[in-house]
Design a protein around this ligand. Sequence first.
Ligand code: 1GP
Length: 247
Amino acid sequence: MDRQVLHIISQARQKNKKLLAVLIDPDTPGDEQLLEIIEHVNMSGADLIFVGGSLLTHDSLDQCLKVIKSNTKAPVILFPGSVMQISPQADAILFLSLISGRNPELLIGNQVIAAPYIRQSGLEVLPTGYMLIDSGRPTTASYMSNSLPIPHHKSEIAACTAMAGEMLGLKLIYMDGGSGADKHVSTDMIEEVRKSVDAPIIIGGGIRNAEAAQDICRAGADVIVVGNATESNPAILKEIAEAIHNL
Ligand code: 1GP
């Protein structure tokens, strides 16, 4: 799958087609619930599957990937919360640099440790500028990363950060309110970042319904990520996928 996922995302951006990525937590209890989510991913026409979490409490990544890969054709992309979340069973990996923070370990330290393993794995590498955005309350991501998120209303900081990430050669910009965010990244901020970079923009955290997904896409997101809402109501995926595919 050499460079295929980046190609899919870039092509979609060029054609102004919006993509839905479903975030699956490898800690999802039991294959049964996992299979139910995958069934809804397939029925909904979701475009991508992200797998990962800021903090995993079970050693279940490989088993989770095995189940996903044998039950869907959607590309599977690792969204690693740590260097322990690397597996050749996925198709690609978001090679994240936490450019919103000033924690050197997450800007370059962990990337140095992970690089030889990723090279060996054969995974497609997606260089990604990852930006945590304050979402009204502390999230696992902000706590675990030991970094300050960008304030919710400071669109200009987000725009300059994304710009710098793109100038450094990062291919994707991911703005994340964190899993279960109270409020998703604001449309004002997304519009500001859209005006500042050409790279595809991924938005995640706190997206729970079709209306929010449409607003976020209209503001300039190319990929939206839905995690928590899928676990509580997998049927929401179809509504969200239809809403953004029909924009
Ligand atoms: C979190 O962007 C993802 O990193 C998805 O967030 O679980 O709130 O949908 P939710």
